[in-house]
Design a protein around this ligand. Sequence first.
Ligand code: COA
Length: 364
Amino acid sequence: MKRIFSDGLKGIIAAQTTISHIDGQEGVLIYRGYEIGELKDLSFEEVAFLLWYGHLPTMADAVDIKYKLSKLRFLTPTMKEILHTLPVEMDMMSVLRTVISSLGGSEYGWKPTIEQAMRLTAVIPTIIAYRFNMNMKKPFIEPDPRLNHVENYLYMLSGNNPSKAVAGALETYMVLTLEHGMNASAFSARVTASTESDLVSAITSAIGTMKGPLHGGAPSGVIDLLNEIGTAEKAESVIRRKLLKGEKLMGFGHRVYKTHDPRAVALRNTLLENKGDNQSLDLALYVEKKAIELLAEIKPGRSLYTNVEFYAAAIMKSINLPSDLFTPTFTASRIVGWTAHVMEQAANNTIYRPQSKYIGKRNC
Ligand code: COA
């Protein structure tokens, strides 16, 4: 067999999938056959159903999955105890990784199931909200089963029912980021599952992978950029100075998309539809326009456009989500893609075993 070396496995196809497809040249992202622009107005629960079952839910399915997820949001006494035992300075991604890891047990045996996937998906927002309130020295707010998945997350964080505009903006972001092909965290989940390890172990691997700043950490950099710019009048001078100094603009450019990131386009459209009088979004829209103009002028021919992180940050800022919850919130959506990948891996499993090329000394 011909042996190919590819640093970071770049360009290597390591699995066949029916979950999602990315065409970076055309700017297309498909979940189970549907372009994501067509799905952006569906609920988190409906698109999770699509990714897990492979087809859109009927009305009865949609009611059923909403009900099931709402019943699975609870924290066990052990999880609460762990949440209180972990050092206060521990970051939220490490908290999530540890508490999710504590769920392993006989009910998570091989093979992974949709019921297991639902439990992990349902409980992640509760873990985040519990720890968030604990850190703020506020009482825990019990999940409200009458609210949908995203509304309930926002409710548990603040104690208030979110407005339709706020919940809708976050729901669109979450739907658009549920899944994104064989990225580093989906790959690590699949590698762990390929040893016939359980779903909890695979998701623990994925959370640990998501935690790295090269994967899950970009929206905070966008907030820093928007804060530094502050007002539309300063946009051109700040962006020009950064680009001339050789700095990268956070929220622009993408490894795979060499045209508009379809998730950024869909998020932008949703924001424009429900914007109202929101000054921070007005600034973001203006910064995007200026940045694209200046990137084309100073970095011609590099095909640099807005990526999903830019509008993710704009949305999270506009709904006042604290920046240390950005990556955990991304995790609360991406859990759906990870669990779909693990089930797909289990259904047709081959253990992952690439090779390495020895370039060290030989003393023999
Ligand atoms: N701002 C300014 N210049 C950028 C840029 C950005 N955001 N992204 C890429 N470039 C420039 C590079 O400086 C390079 O210019 P050069 O040809 O003069 O050396 C050229 O475009 C190609 O850059 P490269 O880093 O090779 O592109 P890539 O496709 O490998 O990198 C990213 C993709 C995402 C790593 C890169 O665009 C980036 O760092 N973006 C900012 C961080 C970000 O938003 N990350 C979230 C991604 S979802």
